[in-house]
Each structure stands twice: as structure tokens, then as C-alpha cells.
Design a protein around this ligand. Structure first.
Ligand SMILES: Nc1ncnc2c1ncn2[C@@H]1O[C@H](COP(=O)(O)OP(=O)(O)O)[C@@H](O)[C@H]1O
Ligand SMILES: [Mg+2]
Length: 310
């Protein structure tokens, strides 16, 4: 598939001397959903700001739809829609006006049919005459997307589209992004939630401390990252792990009140049900079970170790 964005040797050193991007190379394919996954401070917003022309790079180059972002700023920028991390809107403006206005900023002629389609796609058509202050948080987010799509961009950037929103709204947003991709727009989203990358992306790039550690098909990456920790809260504390539990890689924590088991969610046998059966056979009662995805932090540590070992 053809690349729609090419990033080569991109660096950014802020005036403070802090190096936020350390030579990033990346190709985005037309029509894909690409998730840029990384912890806070990794350089995600910096990278997006440069690609969108809101900030200058210190070195390297970027082309969007074949246009160099510096030499052909207007052409490259008009191929991009950006939903920034911080939402800002005029509280008293009507939905349809703010979307039309955004389109006008790109010098596009008024096109009521297109604006209607965007508002309908985002389930905002019924709210088109409402003022922004009358909308819920989820609707405001959708208006930001409508504004970003107003000038018919080929690429849509969503910078942390669900940071700080509740679970329900996050699911709505994921569904919406999935539907947008069906319109043919290429989508690049940044996130620090593994679940979000897992749910949405065709490909994932992991960024940490200004370096793109890896770029991979989602399925391949999830295989590498698919580790979970099962915590079994025991009814009665154990002094030591019985030898009969030796075939699982367990640790005894919390003064003997918790057994922890780290397992691979992608394995054909995770070992979870056999472990629980064995606990039953041994008469070890438990009062609660809890599983937790390995945190991004853990994963970075293991990825970075793999890189060094390789
Ligand atoms: N204007 C700035 N001046 C100096 N440092 C900055 C500036 N903006 C961001 N940074 C630093 O650059 C790093 C990357 O920031 P950012 O791109 O916002 O990360 P992310 O979006 O991944 O959370 C952070 O350590 C941040 O503190
Ligand atoms: Mg950011």
C-alpha cells in the first residue's frame, strides 16, 4: 500500500535543550489506523505538532500526501485534520457554524452537503443548532472531530482522544473511529492506553523518550505484550508455596495472603484454570481473583531489554 506520510530522521530539541525526538523514521500507509503508543512525555504530541506544522523540527523531514511540510506547508496542512489533546471551543457558537468556520479556514468553498454528511456520521445532525455549551462532553469531542474533518482531509490525527474520559465514552469513541476509517480517511491516534491500541489499530508504533522503539502489526505486537498477572487472594495465609504448585511460576506476596501468577494471554493454555483446579485439590481456598494487564512501564522495560539483548 502507498505511504501517505513519510517521516525521516525527525529530531526536536526544545529551547531548554531537552531533546524530545531523537531521529524518528516512520511510514504511514494510506487507509490504515496507526496508534502511536507511549507513556506521558514520550514525545507523541511533539511529533504530531511537527507533522501538522504547528511546531518546527530541529532536523529531519516529513512529507504528507507527497508534500514537504516546510516547503509546501499549505498543501501538506490541508491534507490533515487535527483533533488536539486539549479541547477548546467557543461556548456560544452553534455546532454547524463552528464546523463551517473550520472549513472556511482552509479556504474551502461552503459545502452544506458535505458538512451535513460529517455531522450525520458523527451523530451530531440533531444538535447542529445547539450552542457548544449545551452539549455533553462526549458530543463536544465529536464536534472537535467534525471540525477536523470539515475540509475533507485525507489524514486525521487524534491526540489522546480518550485521555481522562470514562469507560463508556471511550467505547463510543472507539466505535466512532472504526466507522470513520470506513470513509477512507487515514487515522493516526496517540495513546498511552494499551487497550486503545489493541482495540483500534492496524499497526502500532511504540515511542519512549523520543525514540520509536518498534513499529509492528498490532497482532504481532499484542503477542509480545500479552502478559497478565493473576492475583489470587487467599482465604487463609500460606507460610510457603506447596511443592504441588511447582509447575506454575508463582510468587507468594502480601504476608502469604496472595499468590501471583504471570501468564501469557496468547498461549493456547494459559495455565489459569489448571492452577485454580490444583488449588481446589489442595484445599487452598480463595476469596477473590483479579487479573491485570502488564503495565506499559513493565512492557517498555521488557522491550528495551529485548532490544539490548538482540
Ligand atoms: N515547549 C517545551 N519546552 C521544553 N520541553 C517540552 C516542551 N513541550 C514538551 N516538552 C517536553 O518534551 C517531552 C515530550 O512531550 P510531549 O511530546 O508532550 O509528550 P507526550 O505527548 O508523549 O506526552 C516531555 O518531556 C515534555 O516535558
Ligand atoms: Mg501528548
Amino acid at each position: 500500500m502507498a505511504s501517505i506520510i513519510t517521516v525521516s530522521g525527525l529530531t526536536k530539541t526544545y529551547a531548554s535543550g531537552f531533546q524530545a525526538l531523537k531521529g524518528v523514521d516512520l511510514e504511514i500507509e494510506e487507509g490504515e489506523i496507526f496508534a502511536l503508543l507511549g507513556p506521558n512525555g514520550a514525545g507523541k504530541t511533539t511529533m504530531i505538532s511537527i507533522i501538522c506544522g504547528n511546531m518546527r523540527a530541529s532536523g529531519g523531514s516529513v512529507t504528507v500526501a507527497g508534500h514537504d511540510i516546510v516547503k509546501s506547508y499549505r498543501a501538506s496542512r490541508s491534507a490533515i485534520g487535527l483533533v488536539p489533546q486539549e479541547l477548546h471551543t467557543d461556548a456560544f457558537e452553534r455546532v454547524i457554524d463552528t464546523v463551517r468556520f473550520s472549513r472556511g479556514l482552509f479556504g474551502k468553498p461552503r459545502n452544506d452537503a458535505y458538512v451535513e454528511k460529517v455531522l450525520r456520521d458523527l451523530s451530531l445532525w440533531d444538535k447542529r443548532n445547539n450552542k457548544m455549551l449545551e452539549l455533553s462532553g462526549g458530543m463536544k469531542r465529536r464536534v472537535m472531530i467534525a471540525k477536523a474533518l470539515s475540509h475533507e482531509p485525507r489524514v486525521l490525527f487524534l491526540d489522546e482522544p480518550t485521555a481522562g474520559v470514562d469507560v463508556e465514552l471511550r467505547r463510543d469513541m472507539w466505535k466512532l473511529i472504526g466507522e470513520l476509517r470506513a470513509t477512507g480517511v487515514t487515522i493516526i491516534l496517540t495513546t498511552h492506553y494499551i487497550e486503545e491500541a489493541e482495540e483500534m489499530a492496524d499497526r502500532v508504533g511504540v515511542i519512549d523518550k523520543g525514540e520509536l522503539i518498534l513499529v509492528e502489526e498490532k497482532a504481532t505486537l499484542m503477542k509480545k505484550l500479552g502478559r497478565k498477572t493473576l492475583t489470587v487472594s487467599l482465604g487463609e495465609p500460606l507460610h510457603a508455596l506447596p511443592a504441588e504448585l511447582g509447575e506454575w511460576n508463582l510468587s507468594l506476596n502480601g504476608d502469604g495472603c496472595e499468590i501471583e501468577y504471570v501468564f501469557d494471554t496468547q498461549a493456547s493454555r494459559t495455565g489459569v484454570s489448571s492452577l485454580l483446579r490444583r488449588l481446589g485439590d489442595l484445599g487452598i481456598g480463595y476469596k477473590d481473583l483479579n487479573t491485570q494487564q502488564s503495565s506499559l512501564e513493565d512492557i517498555f522495560v521488557s522491550l528495551v531489554h529485548q532490544e539490548k539483548a538482540a
